[in-house]
Design a binder for this molecule. Structure first.
Ligand code: SF4
Ligand code: MG
Length: 288
């Protein structure tokens, strides 16, 4: 299949990312997944966070919403609750998702909301020129930490597995085929699915480079059982030792998703239901 031709319906302007940035590969991986699943631009909604990753909002043709910093997940949940028949994807950075939006991530995980979150994990705030983000390595020197980051780095995969996300995967922007495979698997998963993409920021992060991840990442083998939470936590916590597992770390295909447990939705997606009371009547009640 010629991806160049087939992803064209999802392509708008040429991105402005720095040459060599991992965002380019993530952009392609997302579009490939849409094509493989059979979506057209009007079949899917993408909610973007703030950051270099969020600038994909200008380059990807689909229903889209550019949310506030750290607020892409609650906006996506709102879209999903209004129309649970619509596939909803979040594209955001590590600072956005694990920093400003960390609380939203936890609660979307425990709710098993049926959305997919793709995280561009470059360990810095790239758009604001390279301050450390929560996944930066302990001791990392950057503009915001001239003598080294004092805090320990967050363990994103362990956080997600422990809080109830039902699909947790990791990939590397240097491996486009693998990244496409993981994004597609996440989108096909029913429930809260997250792909942490190790994404070199070639301009502001001189530590987590392509070479760094080529040396420190490894594919999860057949011995890894993604259904087993203990194995998943073991693989997830390898990041603390600068070893990065690539593949599906954890998957639970049987957990009930949020919208299937809301009695109001028995009558179909909210967007297709006739409101019992007109919105202007409700508004008047609030204003009274
Ligand atoms: Fe990519 Fe970093 Fe450039 Fe942003 S600043 S486009 S993350 S390389
Ligand atoms: Mg970042």
């Amino acid at each position: 299949m010629s991806y160049h031709k087939s992803i064209k319906p999802f392509t708008t302007h040429v991105p402005t990312w720095c040459p060599g940035c991992g965002d380019w590969a993530i952009n392609s991986a997302i579009k490939r997944s849409f094509v493989n699943i059979g979506y057209t631009p009007s079949d899917v909604c993408v909610v973007f966070g703030i950051g270099c990753s969020g600038n994909m909002n200008d380059h990807l043709n689909a229903y889209a919403f550019h949310a506030l910093h750290g607020r892409s997940i609650p906006v996506a949940l709102g879209v999903k609750l209004a129309n649970h028949d619509l596939p909803v994807l979040v594209v955001a950075g590590d600072g956005d998702t694990y920093g400003e939006g960390g609380n939203h991530l936890l609660h979307a995980s425990r709710g098993n909301h049926d959305i997919t979150v793709i995280i561009h994990d470059n360990s810095v705030y790239g758009l604001t020129t390279g301050q450390v983000a929560p996944t930066a390595l302990h001791g990392m020197r950057a503009k915001s930490t001239p003598t080294g980051m004092i805090e320990r780095s967050i363990s994103p995969l362990a956080l997600l597995v422990s809080q109830g996300a039902t699909f947790v995967a990791q990939t590397f922007a240097g491996y486009l085929d693998h990244a496409s495979e993981m994004v597609e698997a996440a989108m096909r998963h029913k429930g809260f699915s997250v792909v942490n993409v190790l994404q070199p920021c070639v301009t502001f992060n001189r530590v987590n480079t392509y070479q760094y991840y080529l040396e420190k990442s490894y594919y999860l083998g057949k011995e890894h059982n993604p259904k087993d939470k203990q194995s998943a936590m073991k693989a997830a916590l390898e990041m603390d030792n600068e070893r990065y597992a690539l593949g599906i770390v954890y998957e639970d295909k049987d957990a009930p998703v949020y919208h299937e447990q809301v009695p109001t939705f028995d009558g179909g997606a909210l967007v297709s239901q006739t409101p019992k009371r007109p919105i202007d009547v409700l508004t008047e009640e609030f204003l009274a």
